[in-house]
Design a binder for this molecule. Structure first.
Ligand code: CA
Length: 364
């Protein structure tokens, strides 16, 4: 699929615009909010989000297994570990990062990935176990992108809270590395390899795996939409029937029960995985990260649908492969954006949730 409608040249098409040397890094730009990040923000975010997203018991209108905790809530993943969060290890926890970005900690668990009722590439539905992780509450926005001093390739840039789009897969990965460096984390991506290979053991930011994305979107539910049926999609998503052919600032639609927003629609979200329509038949049961790259013109997974998608294309198990655009000087896919994830141990999550935000702050 290619983008439709007019677009104007951006930095992505300017000579040297985005393929040149790494800009003088935004460690300073991102580090500043860390020092001033008020502890109260995290506390309020925790309390407020827990109320907003209904992180406690499952609400009524979707087929949720017991509670709304992580999948079937078999929490024993390494990230949750022994130092469990008091009374909360099975529940998602909103946090604010060192650089002031809202994320949600999703405890590990098992869930049924894919669908027997969807398209052929969504089958077979199969059990997958996912290690706990932090996921951005929102799609990455213009203001977040500019903060790490990367040129913004987006078609629509009028509102700093709008999602970045028209973004190559590798540019999304570069943002992840810059954000990691700025927060003193180990970057996940090796920029010296052709595919910018991912070190999943690093504690920095990266794109979600397809399994992580679906696990976070499902939030313990089993149907085509976390909230129930397609007639409610308008409340949760900017998609073809509601978006008026453009993106919208993030966070205006309802969150899912884990407090994550704009999963459906607005911009489709890059995942780490190579796209293969037959992958589910052979994928590993624990933390699958996609099939190997078989060569050029490989497609990577995008998830969630976008401002131009049908309701069907926004389903939680709907899969789509998209060319990365990494060798396309004028990548024009104005519906491709992303959000970040990263691994975090339970004690770090606890500190973040308490407002220390991982910045070495142990008190006010
Ligand atoms: Ca989205």
């Amino acid at each position: 699929m290619e983008g439709v409608g007019p677009w104007t040249p951006s930095a992505s098409c300017q000579p040297g615009g985005r393929d040149g040397a790494r800009p003088t890094i935004g460690a300073g730009a991102l580090a500043r909010p860390a020092r001033s990040a008020p502890r109260i923000c995290s506390v309020l975010a925790w309390a407020g989000l827990a109320l907003v997203c209904g992180c406690g018991p499952a609400s009524k209108d979707t087929g949720v297994a017991a509670g709304s905790g992580a999948g079937t809530s078999t929490e024993s993943a390494p990230a949750a570990g022994a130092g469990a969060l008091p009374g909360a290890v099975h529940e998602p926890i909103p946090v604010v990062t060192k650089s002031g970005i809202e994320m949600v900690y999703v405890p590990g668990g098992e869930f049924t990935m894919g669908s027997a009722q969807g398209n052929g590439d969504e089958a077979p539905a199969h059990t997958v176990r996912v290690t706990g992780f932090l996921v951005d509450r929102f799609e990455v926005t213009h203001e977040m992108f500019v903060k790490v001093q990367l040129p913004d390739p987006s078609r629509w840039q009028g509102n700093p809270r709008g999602p970045v789009e028209r973004l190559r897969w590798r540019d999304a990965k570069q943002y992840c590395n810059e954000r990691s460096i700025a927060e003193g984390l180990k970057p996940c991506y090796n920029e010296k390899t052709a595919d910018w290979d991912c070190d999943f053991s690093a504690d920095g930011y990266r794109l979600p795996t397809e399994a992580e994305w679906e696990y976070a979107a499902r939030a313990g539910t089993t149907g085509p939409y976390e909230f129930g049926t397609a007639d409610k999609l308008r409340l949760y998503a900017w998609y073809a029937q509601s978006a008026e052919e453009k993106t919208h600032p993030v966070g205006q639609k309802k969150p899912n029960r884990w407090g994550i927003q704009d999963l459906y629609g607005n911009v489709s979200e890059w995942c780490e995985d190579v796209y293969s329509p037959t992958y589910y038949a052979t994928s590993p049961a624990s933390d699958p990260s996609g099939p190997p790259n078989t060569g050029k013109d490989v497609k990577r997974v995008i998830r969630g649908g976008s401002w131009r998608s049908s309701a069907d294309q926004c389903r939680v198990s709907f899969r789509q492969g998209e060319k990365t655009g990494d060798s396309d000087a004028c990548f024009s896919t104005d519906y491709c954006g992303f959000r970040c994830v990263r691994r975090a141990a339970a004690d770090e999550v606890r500190r973040m949730a308490a407002g220390a935000a991982g910045a070495g702050r142990t008190g006010p």
